[in-house]
Design a protein around this ligand. Structure first.
Ligand SMILES: Cc1ncc(C[n+]2csc(CCOP(=O)(O)OP(=O)(O)O)c2C)c(N)n1
Ligand code: SF4
Length: 349
């Protein structure tokens, strides 16, 4: 059976801080089309979790429906997973995060799953600042249902059958910025040197971290005239290199001083943005919106970390909820007794 991954590994595979090899973060063999950008994103997520030494069993992977939402099967085979309903991943993620705040949550969605059927749920996930990393594998089409234009397809982009898209596309990074997301980034599936540190930073961030990843669909949207093909994306990419440095590790970089900006996260980890324009401040929401908009108007695809609020308060903090997961609380803590219930009821009269 060709879909079963061989278990044999090189005996000297490097290990991370926990003693795991990268193979411990693998999932099943992908059934996506060969060359699909989504597989590169899966590899970047796997590598990011390995590099950040997150125990696989402390990760929750959640998705909606689509080729993109199948991705969690292909990474982190030893983690918790929930492949939900089309566009409904946010409510499952919110519930999971409220029930167990100790897991690292990675949501994977598509541009169809997020920008159309799931739009209503998506904006509320941002508004509530649920502590998770939300990755959209953005190919500008509905890959799973044979390539119809999605709501992120750019104005004038030509579909495989020749139809020209007459509508302006929804820019999910701009939307996330406007809606108050506490971490917003954009990347390209083919740029793992940028995507991996961005995912590591997103997982270290406390609050909702959104990453829009251009991820070409080789079967339905990789032809001349498509604005989300590999060649178009590579040609218009304006990439800001990113380094993620975990707490207490020294940065080793070959970038000149003055072209680097550092953002420190709540746990002491740092993100280094290279090539950053001196006037650009990663904690300035308006500047981030301007930068994304300017790039759009000039036909560039700006990638990197657009915005981060290092002081963000996530949903659990904001609601002052129990600091331990529900499954660790005893009966007495979960049910304080009828006297307490009576006093609560009295207080509501
Ligand atoms: C309620 C519901 N409506 C419609 C569908 C059909 N459907 C399945 S996947 C999909 C869109 C997938 O597009 P996207 O999220 O961009 O993912 P991709 O396949 O491109 O990675 C649609 C419309 C469905 N499964 N459920
Ligand atoms: S149809 Fe497109 S999005 Fe789906 S697996 Fe194939 S290349 Fe990827």
């Amino acid at each position: 059976m060709s879909y079963i991954k061989p278990k044999f590994r090189h005996p000297r595979l490097p290990t991370n801080r926990l003693g795991f090899t990268v193979a411990d973060y693998d999932g099943a063999i992908s059934t996506l089309c060969a060359g699909c950008g989504h597989d590169s994103i899966s590899a970047s997520i796997r590598n990011a979790c390995f590099e950040s030494s997150i125990p696989p069993h402390r990760i929750g992977k959640i998705s909606g429906i689509g080729c993109s939402s199948k991705m969690p099967t292909y990474f982190l085979g030893k983690s918790h997973g929930f492949n939900s309903v089309h566009g409904r991943m946010p409510s499952v993620a919110t519930g999971a995060s409220l029930g167990n705040r100790d897991l690292t949550y990675i949501g994977v969605s598509g541009d169809g799953d997020t920008a159309s059927i799931g739009m209503g749920q998506f904006v509320h996930l941002i508004r509530r600042n649920v502590n998770m990393t939300y990755i959209v594998a953005n190919n500008g089409c509905y890959g799973l249902t044979k390539g119809q234009d999605s709501a992120t397809a750019d104005l004038g982009s030509v579909a495989k059958g020749g139809a020209v898209n007459p509508f302006d596309g929804i820019d999910l990074a701009t939307l996330a910025l406007m809606q108050g997301a506490s971490f917003v980034g954009r990347s390209f599936s083919g740029d793992k040197t940028q995507l991996e540190p961005l995912i590591r930073a997103a997982m270290a961030h406390k609050g909702f971290a959104f990453i829009d990843v251009v991820s070409p669909c080789v079967t339905f949207n990789n032809h001349n005239g498509s604005t989300k093909s590999y060649s178009e994306t590579r040609e218009h990419l304006d990439a800001m290199p990113v380094d993620f440095v975990p707490m207490r590790e020294e940065i080793k970089t070959q970038y000149d001083e003055g072209t680097t900006q550092t953002v420190t996260l709540h746990d002491g980890s740092a993100i280094h943005l290279h090539k950053a324009d001196a006037s650009y401040k990663a904690n300035d929401r308006r500047a981030a919106m301007d930068a994304v908009q300017n790039a759009r108007e000039e036909g560039r695809i700006l990638t990197g970390l657009m915005f981060l609020d290092p002081d963000s308060q996530d949903l659990n903090q904001n609601l002052n909820l129990a600091t331990r997961p529900l499954n660790e609380l005893g009966k007495d803590e979960l049910c304080p007794g009828s006297k307490v219930l009576v006093s609560i009821n009295e207080g509501l009269r």
